[in-house]
Design a binder for this molecule. Sequence first.
Ligand code: CAO
Length: 449
Amino acid sequence: MALIEVRVPDIGDFKDVAVIELLVKPGDAVRVEQSLLTVESDKASMEIPSAAAGVVKELKVKLGDKVNIGDLICVLEAAAAPETAAASATPPAQVNTQAEPPSVRAEPPSVRAEPVEAPANPARVPPTAALPPHEPGQPSGNLPHASPSVRKFARELGVPLEEVKGTGPKDRITQEDVEAFTKAVMRGELSTKSATAKAPAGGGAALGLLPWPKVDFAEFGPILRQDMGRIKKISGANLHRNWVMIPHVTNHDDADITELEAFRVLLNKENEKSGIKITMLAFLIKACVAALQKFPEFNSSLDGEQLVLKQYFNVAFAADTPKGLMVPVIKNADKKGILQISQEMGELAKKAREGKLGPADMQGACFTISSLGGIGGRYFTPIINAPEVAILGVCKSQTEPVWDGKQFQPRLMLPLSLSWDHRVIDGASAARFNAYLASVLADFRRTML
Ligand code: CAO
């Protein structure tokens, strides 16, 4: 029997898309254009159809794999009279016909951009409607007919699609069917094998969140729609993961930088001709290195049940750019002086604004500083940049009356906000880190002790 290799066809600009659903399993008979798997990028999910008919001999991908154009999906044993999509007007797909039949073509996958958004009619599903999760993506051999968006919706609610009766054309399962199934289970009118399924990994409960509100904004006034830029999309996804997965706590404190600021202004005057601007951020990086050295757990990363304590001190800083947030890294900051750090920071911030930072400029950080000092504000809650375990937020310094034991003195106070991962760090250490950092900023001679 002839073997046919079915590969990922041309899926446009999508790269490294994750396999979120396997729609067939070895032994299944597959028709031409029958969906083999669902992949999902940050923009859309899409079903990848088969370019040929046959019986699945071997699946070459598994859930969670990242695939690209040309990657091998499965090997089919050709049907006796091979059915192909040769009549398709679309360009040839990346289908490798190892043997017969020749000239196999594939339709482009059906791309649907909507699953990223909330499902329609969210109000119809009560917040408690999420069922205990089933194991998505395990092919049942008799796969239900549903669009990627409906599949995604069902996955989010923990609804096993195999158990839902489709009322759409050709028994296609619609979103309404999924909602009706959910309500029926919640009312006890239906039971589902999956409703008693085991709890998710880690034993936690399903989130059971409400679907995202769907509002017709234009109903209330004129609107403009803009695509999110690439950098915002990437940083947004990272921030979201970090915010959800890391138990954050933020400690706020103030550092008296009266003398340090006077010293910085003096240094800048002395160094006017060098063209290097000595910034408060450079001193902050140096002070943070001293604190990281004194409190090594802040210079660590979690790796399973182990803590990786780094013996190097690379400090990243958040840079605001027209395209979004970039986080370049000053490497080996412990071995560099304030002038060198200021110069490197200036260069990296310029590269960031011009969109010229390379991956190496943004890798290897141990700790991050996010400074809004040049802009304003008082305190905020910075989000930890995983796999780091802490981040320092800095706001605008202000002259404030500070009691010296006898009288109020005008002092320049710098607000510090330290967010830390409570799995690794406890509150007392965080308070000590902040207090030490403030003491170093007040008097750098403390680093010599
Ligand atoms: N308090 C008061 N003033 C401050 C200050 C502080 N903490 N930090 C800096 N300033 C002042 C500086 O003195 C300077 O004033 P002059 O122009 O009068 O000299 C001005 O603010 C600009 O500062 P700078 O040129 O020294 O820049 P910086 O080192 O503060 O910041 C950079 C550089 C790249 C970090 C900054 O341009 C930036 O992008 N900041 C935003 C970071 C961000 O978005 N963080 C949020 C992440 S979470 O969304």
